[in-house]
Write a protein that binds this ligand. Structure first.
Ligand code: ADE
Length: 290
């Protein structure tokens, strides 16, 4: 069972949609929310991954349902939210977590590649949030958490994703203002380097960067998926009732590093890992053996 720090039953009776729920942070937060009583609608492109996570959650005593959908497809998103509301009732919360990018320098990114990343990381999130608002939350309120990234000051090697995530932060701020009168809070979580399965999707050339990443963080490691999940769960919870339009960085202080001030290699803050099914990505397992 998930070892959440939050109260048992915190989300009893709530319906939460998690996009990108088939792996990584999405899978982890789906498990934590289900362990706290939520019914989780798992959205993603790959049905098998969603089925596996739904089964894992059921086996852990929770409730989850797979909803395959490409969030870039406006009609599909509109139909998806209608289908979820018809099956489960009002949507209490949305975790806009689905995303993806490929490493490339700006000079090498085609228009097609740029637009694909912007559609996944910005437009898809907007469509999901807009449909949740228009088809459900407008009537009953709710909470939205958009997952962005540590792109402060630019995102070399992933400029398309940085631009999209920065856009998502501004969307979060506008939606927080426009949707407050419906009782809808909109916040963002900005993870830094996370030891999640997504790291295995990067090409071999990225291996050294991944292995060195934790050393460039004041807290001297990567985040666990559970550390990101805890931030999301807090922002969705009643305890965050007066928080809207905020971005919660969960990055070990990475953006606070300054040239000329060397990092101290001592690791003093142990990780929190409440996720009972957490597994190190392959690229980091290799590191342990090196
Ligand atoms: N995860 C990554 N990209 C996605 C997409 N386009 N739709 C749904 N989930 C996704």
């Amino acid at each position: 069972m998930y070892r959440s720090i939050f109260s048992p039953g915190l989300f009893d009776g709530d319906l939460v949609i998690v996009t990108g729920g088939g792996s990584g942070i999405g899978r982890c937060v789906a498990h934590e929310l289900a362990a706290l009583g939520a019914t989780v609608a798992l959205v993603g492109r790959t049905p098998q991954k969603l089925d596996t996570v739904a089964r894992e959650i059921e086996e852990s005593g929770g409730s989850a349902h797979p909803y395959p959908c490409n969030i870039r497809d406006e009609d599909a998103v509109t139909a998806l939210i209608a289908q979820i509301v018809a099956a489960h009732g009002p949507v209490d919360a949305l975790v806009n977590n689905a995303g993806g990018q490929f490493p490339a320098l700006l000079k090498d990114i085609s228009r097609k590649g740029w637009e694909a990343v912007v559609q996944t990381n910005l437009t898809g999130g907007f469509l999901m949030a807009r449909e949740c608002l228009n088809q459900s939350m407008q009537k009953t309120g709710g909470a939205i958490v958009n997952i962005v990234a540590d792109m402060w000051g630019g995102m070399p090697g992933m400029g398309h994703s940085g631009a999209a995530r920065a856009g998502m932060v501004n969307f979060t701020e506008t939606a927080a203002f426009e949707w407050a009168s419906y009782g809808v809070r909109v916040n963002a979580v900005a993870p830094g380097y996370v030891a999640s399965s997504g790291l295995d999707a990067y090409p071999p050339e990225a291996r050294e960067i991944i292995l060195q990443a934790g050393n460039q963080v004041p807290l001297q490691r990567m985040a666990t998926e559970a550390e990101i999940s805890a931030a999301i769960v807090f922002l969705l919870s009643k305890a965050a009732a007066f928080i809207t339009g905020a971005v919660l960085r969960v990055d070990g202080g990475r953006p606070n590093v300054r040239l000329g001030f060397p990092l101290d290699a001592r690791r003093k803050v142990p990780p929190f890992n409440g996720f009972h099914l957490a597994r190190l990505p392959k690229v980091l397992q290799d590191k342990e053996q090196d």
